[in-house]
Design a protein around this ligand. Structure first.
Ligand code: GLP
Length: 237
């Protein structure tokens, strides 16, 4: 986490010197919690003026959020982002963009989110976690590399994996989500896939051994020329 957060810190420093930096692409999940914690600790050591500059210029687009939760629901990813980055760094909701979870027309909301990302220049640095079924964002298998931002139905495996934020009950996890697609992810300037913990060891081995396939959405990352894989001992098995 220290090495990865150091790289992120350097990227954020670099962005401050660019006149039109592309937005950050951010992920949620348990994997990101210690990484965001380490990054926040680094950024809060910056001189005040530089930190203020960072706050003014922060623009990030999250990968995904559930459909059907009310805005601000503590189980939603908006609340997650506020808790782990927004509040500690003093970033408002306009700086941390996510798909709208509480809308009458999720298909239109997915389209609007995609258009907003395109208007902002597309993702620069993309952070990714890995689902235990090989998903990135909420791109559930089977999924090809051309799939764009859209509404998806979540698999039973994913709802079980993510039940922690819903009192441990997979039935309370929404059945659908809005996710950026592999298309937007593969258009990022650079991609950082972070895989930690023994529960990811099996899917990581599969990812390292097998070629690209729709059954393993993360495998399409092989098509990108600037991908970093950050793993811990437990995930390596
Ligand atoms: C979730 C999220 C992803 C996340 C991944 C890993 O379902 N949609 O954005 O990166 O799966 O989650 P975790 O880090 O909790 O294992």
């Amino acid at each position: 986490m220290q090495a990865c957060s150091q790289h992120l810190e350097q990227c954020l420093q670099q962005r401050l010197s660019e006149s039109h930096p592309r937005p950050l692409g951010l992920a949620t999940g348990r994997t990101m919690e210690p990484l965001y914690g380490a990054l926040v600790a680094r950024l809060l050591r910056w001189p005040q003026a530089q930190l203020d500059h960072l706050r003014r210029h922060w623009l990030s687009f999250n990968l995904d959020d559930y459909v059907g939760l009310r805005a601000g629901d503590p189980s939603g990813y908006g609340a997650y982002m506020q808790k782990h980055l927004g509040q500690p760094l003093g970033l408002g909701p306009q700086a941390l963009r996510l798909p709208e979870p509480d809308v009458a027309d999720p298909v239109a909301a997915a389209q609007a989110y995609q258009q907003c990302l395109v208007a902002a220049g597309g993702v620069g640095l993309q952070l990714l976690g890995l689902g235990s079924n090989g998903h990135v964002g909420f791109n559930e298998p089977p999924c090809g590399p051309q799939m764009g931002c859209r509404v998806v139905q979540l698999s039973a495996a994913t709802r079980a994996q993510n039940a922690g934020l819903f009192g441990g009950d997979p039935q309370r996890v929404p059945q659908a989500a809005i996710t950026l697609g592999l298309k937007e992810i593969l258009e990022a300037t650079e991609i950082h896939l972070v895989v930690t913990g023994s529960s990811k060891a099996a899917i990581l081995q599969k990812l390292l051994r097998e070629g690209p396939s729709e059954q393993l959405p993360a495998s399409w990352l092989r098509h990108h020329s600037r991908v970093w894989l950050w793993v811990d001992q437990a995930a390596m098995g």
